[in-house]
Design a protein around this ligand. Structure first.
Ligand SMILES: [Zn+2]
Length: 409
């Protein structure tokens, strides 16, 4: 059995130990690495929703260093090492304590928050996940944004109160009298973590000694999850970095909008409104423009290729070519206006040789069959599209639209 130094103190970041087993890993995820068992360790293994510590094992008087990327616990605690270390070797373990301390801050913060959720609303923490990138808790009841705001303030008040965090293994008879959370699936010695007046919970993980070390707790996510909610929190440095990032974003926005932080939302809403008004004004202006264009286009009696107009005078067909700025709405308006003036096919194409062309074709007063024309474009020129006898639309990728339109007129 490996002596678990993290239960003596969560602040042991360096320790000496002896290798009592070293085997090549059979786990595919750790191909080429070794699983090292020590007589004692301060590396906290992955368990209870929390990732393991990482760090190094130094040996040969510090001349050799094995990286430890993961520590697992099953029947024994196994350190995944990138070097073989012979059994009997004395090693110096050094854990990445900045990372460990952050985990301690997050985890004790989680206890405070879950203890408050339990005492204020009666909900249980039914899921916990702590990794380098996120801390999530799942509760079996619904919390509103307003509830979260109040809980966040109470949690930070518990941090400012700098309360003791007491970790202990009580005797069985004393344990039965302690009203702690997370009673399920526990066997053997039960470790109880108490934050006086806030929370009592069974937990195996390293915690800070006093709540003040958490620094601050910020809720950064709330979503409905399996009939309850999933809450994301950040504590300590992680919370500060997050708030710095948000502050920078607000700073950029206030500079862009030349306003103050408290007016950013109003300014953005106004910009959205302005944009929407301009879009509708632009659309009206384009419609007016189409009206002027139509009166000129319908006067054209033979193809004006440089003007993008192709005419079959005998059939009273007309096709107009526009650039990519012409959206589908404008194409439809153009075609509708043309079909009021012409008897034959009225088509409009918009696009370029590079991007391909979108098209809409309608039949004028004589009611020609647009589907037949669309079939021709499909079979002869590889167009895509379809529609009714009265109107078809689609797309066409051709290097030379002019020859296509020549063949139609
Ligand atoms: Zn815990």
């Amino acid at each position: 059995m490996t002596k678990e130094l993290y239960y003596e103190s969560a602040y042991i970041s360096e320790f000496f130990a002896e290798v009592i087993k070293c085997e090549r890993s059979e786990n595919k995820a750790y191909k080429g690495r070794y699983e090292v068992v020590l007589d004692r360790t301060a590396f906290f293994p992955e368990q209870g929703g929390q990732g393991s510590d990482i760090g190094v094992l130094e040996f040969d008087d510090g001349k050799s260093v094995a990286g430890i990327e993961h520590v697992s616990i099953g029947s024994e605690i196994r350190h995944i090492a990138d070097k073989e270390i012979p059994v009997g070797t004395r090693v110096r373990g050094v854990i990445d304590f900045a990372r460990r301390f952050s985990n301690m801050q997050q985890h004790t913060g989680e206890h405070i928050f879950s203890g408050l959720v339990n005492s204020e609303y009666g909900y249980n923490n039914v899921g916990f996940h702590l990794s380098d990138s996120e801390v999530t808790m799942d509760y079996d009841g619904v919390l509103t944004a307003e509830n979260i705001r109040k809980l966040e303030i109470k949690a930070n008040e518990a941090i400012w109160a700098n309360l003791d965090v007491i970790c202990e293994f009580p005797e069985a008879d004393k344990l039965s009298e302690i009203p702690y959370r997370s009673k399920k699936e526990l066997s053997g010695d039960v470790r109880i973590v108490t934050i006086p007046g806030i929370d009592i919970c069974a937990c195996c993980a390293p915690h800070v000694n006093r709540t003040g070390e958490i620094g601050m707790l910020k809720v950064v996510g709330l979503q409905n999850y399996k009939g309850g909610v999933r809450v994301n929190i950040l504590c300590g440095r992680r919370a500060l970095l997050y708030l710095q990032g948000e502050h920078d974003i607000v700073g950029e926005l206030t500079a862009l909008l030349t306003t103050s932080a408290d007016k950013v939302v109003t300014s953005v809403k106004r910009a959205f409104d302005d944009n929407s008004n301009m879009k509708s004004e632009l659309s009206q202006a384009r419609e007016t423009l189409i009206g002027y264009e139509i009166s000129e286009i319908v006067q054209v009696t033979s193809s004006d290729i440089s003007g993008g107009i192709f005419v079959n005078a005998a059939e009273d067909d007309i096709y107009v070519v526009k650039d990519n700025a012409y959206d589908s709405n404008m194409l439809r308006k153009l075609v509708n206006s043309l079909s009021e003036h012409k008897k034959g096919y009225c088509g409009a194409f918009a696009g370029s040789q590079e991007s391909g062309y979108r098209f809409i074709i309608a039949s004028g007063a004589s009611g020609k069959d647009c589907k037949a024309l669309c079939d021709k474009l499909r079979t002869e020129f590889g167009a895509k599209g379809g529609g009714s006898n009265a109107m078809v639309q689609g797309s066409l990728n051709v290097a030379d639209l002019r020859s296509v339109l020549d063949s139609l007129t």
